[in-house]
Design a protein around this ligand. Structure first.
Ligand code: EPU
Length: 433
């Protein structure tokens, strides 16, 4: 890959200068955490699929690479991906790709359902702690699959998946998706209790039902699946990205002003919007978006992350950036991931006053932050540094911007159109690490 500062260059950085107030409109893209699973679902049946409202993010290209390595034909267009799944596919997801995108674990359920075998590299840890897949495996075992681990791969086999009653220890997004995709081809009825209720789960269930599956209850805590023998290809439009919407709302909090989020879905982020309103934001939803106004400095609040419909862990870095600039002290509690506070030391380099105590962050708001060279540790951490940089004196250089490219479609272009001073620059490799 070239080091030319071009989009998706692994070595680019973002240079941000204080900007605002915003007065404009941004169009929210399709959700990363939905499209990756919709793409994996194409393994379930032979045929030609078209997915629309696809974000232009590197994770989509990586998932496309994974599917292509398995024998599918993947063609990316503007806002679309066309996938043709053949009668025979490889059932191996190699570490070289899985290591780049943990979401590739969701090929496990479809491969077992269609071919009765799967070899998927274990994704390992990431920048915010170890993320096991025990619930995925236990649920699939309940349906008759068996697993062994060899050379860093989990190898699954099953003659025929059989419907089962499954209770998840925790409403895991990935486990819910893998089990749902396996159960649609199982013999008989599967009920999965304590499932994840995210809008992206409902989006996947909707596409699977269009493929001929019989899934009910998606979006509630219990999903019931009546297994079918045949599935077929379909077209689908990706649900709007609530995490991207939250990021632009947090950017507005930094710059102040008025922002229209076209295609944002307020009913997918109600708890967050309630919290933002209690900080002093005016937020008005309508049928095709959200309009938000931030006239003055916001007030601090306390926030706890919880599974959907609670406040998502992925919003938290943006909320911490907002609280760093708000009036007062806010306590943020992380209930999902151990150690997802790596970005705090980067915010501290910008003058933020944050104390970490176990899974709590105590954030004392300051009037102004100060631009500094900082590093993006993951997608959301990178976005939070951009949010903070908008209200920091001087320049902020955010290195490892490739993390941000994994999840934010046309980020520089969209922010620039809002009048934000942000550019992509080539990182001097000597400065890395
Ligand atoms: N967990 C287990 N065992 C399992 C599965 C999960 O212990 O078998 C634990 C994890 O370690 C974690 C918690 O359960 O502590 C939540 O994990 P979950 O399975 O719900 O997360 P995921 O499916 O791996 C998705 C999103 C993440 C988001 C989480 C939680 C995708 C591609 N990723 O991950 O998104 O943080 O749900 O909402 O859908 C992001 O977009 O930046 C991102 C990291």
């Amino acid at each position: 890959m070239q080091n030319d500062g071009s989009p998706h260059d692994a070595y680019s950085s973002f240079l941000v200068r204080p900007s605002g107030p915003i007065d404009g409109t941004v169009t929210i893209s399709g959700a990363k955490n939905s499209v990756l699973k919709l793409m994996a679902a194409t393994l379930l049946a032979e045929g030609a699929y078209r997915i629309e409202n696809v974000p232009d993010i590197t994770d989509v290209y990586t998932m496309g690479e994974l599917l292509a390595s398995m024998g599918l034909t993947v063609t990316h267009g503007p806002g679309t991906v066309d996938i043709v799944c053949p009668a025979e596919c490889s059932t191996v997801a190699p570490y070289e790709i899985v290591g780049r995108i943990r979401a590739s674990i969701v090929v496990l359920g479809p491969l077992l359902a269609r071919f009765g075998e799967a070899t998927v590299a274990l994704p390992g840890g990431d920048n915010f702690g170890s993320r096991p897949i025990d619930m995925h495996l236990r649920g699939l075992e309940a349906m008759g699959a068996s697993f062994e681990t060899e050379h860093g791969n989990v190898i699954g086999r099953v003659d025929n998946l059989i419907g089962a009653e499954i209770l998840l220890d925790f409403p895991s997004v990935g486990a819910t998706e893998n089990l749902m995709m396996a159960a649609i081809r199982a013999k008989g009825i599967t009920t999965i209790d304590n499932v994840a209720r995210e809008p992206e789960i409902s989006d996947l269930a909707e596409m699977l039902n269009k493929m001929g599956a019989n899934i009910s209850g998606a979006g509630t805590s219990t999903i019931t699946i009546d297994g079918v023998e045949r599935l077929h290809a379909t077209d689908h439009t990706v649900v709007s990205d609530r995490l991207e919407s939250a990021t632009y709302l947090a950017a507005l909090a930094s710059t102040r002003g008025e922002l229209r989020l076209e295609r944002a879905r307020a009913h997918h982020m109600e708890m967050l919007l309630a919290k933002m309103r209690s900080m002093g934001m005016t937020i008005t939803p309508d049928d095709d978006g959200i309009t938000a106004i931030v006239p003055q400095r916001l007030r601090s609040v306390d926030v706890s992350t919880l599974p959907y419909p609670g406040i998502a862990t992925d919003y938290k870095p943006m909320i911490v950036a907002m609280l760093s600039l708000a009036d007062g002290v806010g306590i943020v509690t992380e209930n999902l991931y151990a150690g997802r506070f790596a970005y705090v030391s980067e915010l501290a380099r910008m003058g933020a006053q944050i104390r970490i105590d176990g899974h709590h962050a105590v954030v004392r708001g300051c009037d102004r932050l100060s631009g500094a060279p900082v590093k993006a540790h993951d997608i959301r951490a990178g976005a939070c540094l951009v949010v903070a940089a908008l209200a920091a004196d001087g320049e902020t250089l955010i290195s490892d911007a490739h993390h941000i490219d994994r999840g934010y479609s046309q980020f520089i272009e969209k922010l620039t159109a809002l009048g934000i001073d942000i550019t992509r620059v080539a990182t001097d490799r000597r400065r890395k690490d």
